[in-house]
Design a protein around this ligand. Structure first.
Ligand code: BGC
Length: 461
């Protein structure tokens, strides 16, 4: 059952990647039909991250109030309407508005889907299951590249394909329950018990159900009367907030979307002369992105979050540094250096820097501020996504490919220090164990190092 839950919520991730990526293939057709200016083009592209900022802002409060399931249903409807409006657009303005709406839906889904999976998952598989969300994003990006290639004479077809996963998300969520944690907080204890039994595939009288219910109500009790923004910035939740914001800041400033949105340009800068090789290299990037996410999923609950993150930042810093040095020194076989460098970078990102902020964002916040905390973390993601995508062409003009990649490389090196200093090990722990540690006032990064806590988590899962 938990795999069905993860797969359905994962459709939201697919839509995220698809709607981000589809514009790349559609732009040249739109240019021809509507004779749009470069500025309009930029606004149309950036409308998705911009709309998502607002979606994330609204979703934090709403998910605590209306629940995870209802918010995913709302997002599904918005996805379908947005795709329909984009497909029927009569001009650049309507298309921009449609993409704003799609962005808004992505902002909601980008927060709620990982939360929905995380709260439904057993502790020992949580990392892998939430990573399904990231896998779905990468499949969505690849899907958009493929659709752009297959229907390269009709942008309306490209956009209308987004309606299908929107409807699928709605139908899937319609038949699923909300998470045991949300049901229990709402006092629907019988439903919460049924949800646990079905998620874990255990009979309704299994003692593990009571154990999990007790954990949930214990945390809910500790949370009572401690809601709101002040609580999120207060001493208990602050270490979690630092992890949430910090990881998304680093994820975006590692330059991933400069590569995802502008891969052909990057390859052109690096000396790939003809357009078809550039596109082929771009699809290559999309495929590596998907495959290496699978590798990350296999590793995340085995070697843990911290080691995976450290490894990811290390390889990313080295590969980006290699491209920077190559470009700055005008290396002879720069095209080879760029291709190898980008493949290693995307691999490191996909296995680690990509999924981990999503996974940890859904784990670290105490239940009472989980929605708001994830909202702030998601806003960080979208805000810096927007900044990177917008600044890339300008920076290339100012300091060249070498300079830009040098900045991204330094950010990844800083990621190593950040992980060592602030990131806890949440592998195998119950969300309630994580919260208990935060409330104990001990340094957050010590979590997961004390065997007593770790054993409690594994035994109860
Ligand atoms: C990031 C996106 C990015 C994607 C690439 C996600 O984790 O948040 O901004 O486009 O990974 O696979």
């Amino acid at each position: 059952m938990i795999y069905i839950v993860a797969a359905v919520a994962g459709i939201a991730g697919f839509l995220f990647g698809f709607d981000e990526g589809v514009i790349a293939g559609a732009l040249h057709l739109l240019r021809a039909q509507f004779s749009i200016t470069e500025a309009q083009e930029g606004i149309m592209t950036a409308a998705v991250p911009f709309g998502a900022l607002f979606g994330a802002l609204v979703a934090g409060r709403a998910v605590e109030r209306f629940g995870r399931r209802q918010m995913l249903l709302v997002a599904a409807v918005l996805f379908a309407i947005g795709a329909l409006c984009a497909a029927l657009a009569t001009g650049a303005t309507m298309l921009t508005l449609a993409r704003l709406l799609l962005g808004f839906a992505i902002g909601i889904a980008g927060l709620v889907a990982p939360l929905y999976i995380s709260e439904s998952a057993p502790a020992d598989k949580r990392g892998m299951l939430v990573s399904i969300y990231q896998l779905a994003i990468t499949l969505g990006i690849l899907g958009a590249y493929v659709v752009g290639y297959a229907f390269d004479d009709s942008w309306r077809t490209m956009f209308s394909i987004g309606i299908i996963p929107g409807v699928a998300l709605f139908v899937g969520m319609f038949f699923l329950r909300d998470t045991p944690r949300f049901l229990a907080i709402r006092g629907k204890t019988a439903e919460a018990r049924t949800a646990i039994a079905s998620l874990r595939g255990i009979p309704s009288d299994d003692p593990r159900i009571e154990q999990e219910m007790e954990e949930i109500s214990e945390t809910a009790e500790a949370d009572k009367g401690h809601r709101g923004w002040a609580e999120l910035f207060g001493p208990v939740a602050r270490p979690a907030l630092i992890v949430g914001i910090g990881l998304f800041f680093l994820q975006q400033l590692s330059g991933i979307n400069a590569v995802i949105y502008y891969a052909p340009t990057v390859f052109q800068e690096a000396g790939f002369a003809d357009a078809s090789t550039q596109i082929l290299a771009t699809v290559g990037v999309g495929i590596v992105n998907v495959l290496m996410t699978l590798v990350g999923m296999a590793l995340i609950d085995r070697i843990g979050r911290r080691k995976l993150l450290l490894g990811g930042f290390l390889f990313a810093a080295l590969s980006l540094g290699m491209i920077a040095v190559g470009a700055a020194t005008d290396a002879q076989s720069m095209d080879v250096v760029a291709f190898v460098g980008l493949v290693v970078y995307i691999g490191a990102f996909a296995a680690s820097i990509g999924p981990l902020p999503w996974v940890m964002m859904s784990e670290v916040f105490p239940l009472n501020v989980r929605g708001r905390g994830m909202s702030v973390a998601s806003i960080t993601n979208w805000g810096f996504n927007f900044i990177v995508v917008f600044s890339f062409p300008i920076l290339i003009g100012l300091i060249g490919l070498g300079g830009v990649f040098a900045i991204y490389s330094i950010v990844c090196a800083a990621g190593i220090l950040f992980t060592l200093r602030y990131v806890p090990e949440t592998n195998g722990l119950l969300l309630e164990d994580i919260e208990r540690h935060l409330r104990s006032g001990k340094p957050f990064r010590q979590l997961g190092r004390t065997p007593a806590v770790a054993t409690a988590g594994t035994a109860a899962s």
